[in-house]
Design a protein around this ligand. Sequence first.
Ligand code: 15L
Length: 271
Amino acid sequence: MKTIVITGAAGDVGARLREELRGKYRLRLADIRPISDRVAGETFINADVTDLNAMTALMREAHGVIALGGESREHQWQRILERNIIGMYHHYEAARQAGVERVIFASSNHAVGFYRRDETIPVDVTVRPDSRYGVSKAFGEAAGSLYAHKYGLRILCIRIGNVADAPVDKRRLAIWISPRDLAQLITIGLEHPDLRFEIVYGASNNKRSWWDNSNAHRLGYVPQDHSEDYAGAVLAREPATDPGSLPELYQGGDFTEAEIGGGQPAANKSG
Ligand code: 15L
């Protein structure tokens, strides 16, 4: 059985992926927070993404790494720089040094969050990050391309929408991905024989999607879940919103306004 490292394994997405992938891979879980509910086939290593030596030791003899480690929301620049930008560079460099073949990068819809909701975008649009966090995800995709083409790693960047058991609001009806669909995309990243460097959207089979995910389908992705199954209940509890506000106009939602440690966003509603 192949060994797969999951960084940031103590988080919500990590917990769901452990359930989906256990029994299929030996899982080496890494985080700076402890994980006490380990089961057979799972080991834990305390490793900080800001420490390159620790990351290299973590990856020894692994087939692949699922890079979830770092900040999962907008934050002060220094923290985004250390945990997401330097941290993601360390994932790739440690994988290269340790001879790990595959890296699955948990990118985010926030790398392109300043595209409008009334457009459908493929994966090869110019990035339009909606936050410092989104910038760090665009960096992770660019660094992945470098490590794939220069050093021969096999890399899948998944611009994840929102991972949850069910979509929680109207915006998430467009971008939701179920844990089993995310696991299917990750398995493509870990196993596809011809993968070099690809970007895909991490979304289930959502009727309201803003994304053209033909690149994922070309790689064999057949999502099993549909956000529309939940639409009635979600829309019935959706609060009234201003349709002209930034979060309503743009795909990134409230990340387009989130401000931590910076100035005030311009009220640019024209797109
Ligand atoms: C993300 O990238 C975040 O990690 C997650 O917490 C959600 O906020 C998600 O995007 C989203 O856009 O809903």
